[in-house]
Ligand binder design. Structure first.
Ligand code: NDP
Length: 252
């Protein structure tokens, strides 16, 4: 029996990369998983794979930048899976490049997804996490917020992405202090370079710069970070892993 048997997790941004791998990892450990993102076809495919492996997944098509859709994602999870023990706040975008040339729309997108989307999901989930911690099988609940190395170190050409991920760190630490006494653990995961679709949404000239920066570096794979998330949420009740920074070994 998996260590998360009887629990329910919601993973945002589960249609690719880290979120997809996290959903698989939590399902493997026995959690029923609600998988949320905008690309429903990708989620359906993932749900089929989870089902084929003996798990249970609920597909939720949602844009987390829309407050009502973020709240509905949490609401459907609780209505259809019965509870909420674990929220993995993972949906995110990274649009880089010098501030001088940047389309402001890219900044708006990052603030909307990385900050507001995460906040909407966190706010909607919190009462259910508190209930799970008080009444659930494990007597503890988890919110894992996916930040980045960029949430700790600012770099030229990454300012707004840095700002959004620093915001995630600040919010997570304040919220941790607020609810940790009630056994809701708020954790921050800060990956270095992971081979996913994330960089591919950049303008070609920016994408080129990102590719060059990591040339020759053996990057992390999404399951490496899923493993980190699974480690955090399977600790005993009295152990809270507040923060994990995980870089590829060769990343400076
Ligand atoms: P991907 O691009 O593979 O995944 C991003 C996910 O976010 C997708 O599932 C996407 O789904 C979802 N998403 C984007 N916008 C929205 C939205 N408006 N509403 C709902 N879901 C949305 O990248 P990663 O897996 O790499 O990124 C996951 C997280 O990890 C992000 O927060 C990122 O900042 C962070 N991170 C990644 C690193 C890396 O090197 N890859 C390093 C450090 C941190 P869809 O488009 O279907 O909506």
């Amino acid at each position: 029996m998996g260590t998360l048997q009887g629990t329910v997790a919601l993973v945002t941004g589960a249609s690719s990369g880290i979120g997809e791998a996290a959903a698989l990892a939590l399902a493997e450990r026995g959690a029923a998983v609600a998988i949320a993102a905008r690309r429903a076809d990708r989620l359906t495919d993932l749900a089929e794979r989870i089902g084929a492996a003996g798990g249970h997944a609920l597909v939720i098509e949602a844009d987390v930048t829309d407050r009502a859709q973020a709240e509905a994602a949490v609401g459907r999870t609780v209505d259809e899976l019965g509870r909420l023990d674990t929220l993995v706040n993972n949906a995110g975008v990274m649009l880089l490049g010098p501030a001088l040339d940047a389309p402001v729309e890219e900044w708006e997108t990052m603030v909307s997804v990385n900050i507001m989307g995460l906040l909407y999901c966190a706010k909607a989930a919190l009462p259910h996490l508190l209930t799970a911690a008080a009444e659930g099988p494990r007597q503890v609940a988890d919110m894992v917020n996916v930040s980045s190395v960029a949430g700790r170190v600012a770099r030229s050409g990454s300012g707004v992405y840095n700002a959004t991920k620093h915001a995630v760190g600040a919010f997570s630490e304040a919220l941790r202090q607020e609810v940790t006494g009630r056994f809701v653990r708020i954790s921050l995961v800060e990956p270095g370079a992971v081979e996913t679709e994330l960089a591919g949404h950049n303008r070609p000239e920016v994408y080129e710069t990102i590719t060059q920066r990591f040339e020759g570096v053996e990057r992390l794979q999404a399951p490496d970070i899923a493993d980190t998330i699974a480690y955090i949420v399977t600790r005993p009740r009295h152990v809270a892993v507040n923060e994990m920074l995980v870089r590829p070994t060769q990343q400076q």
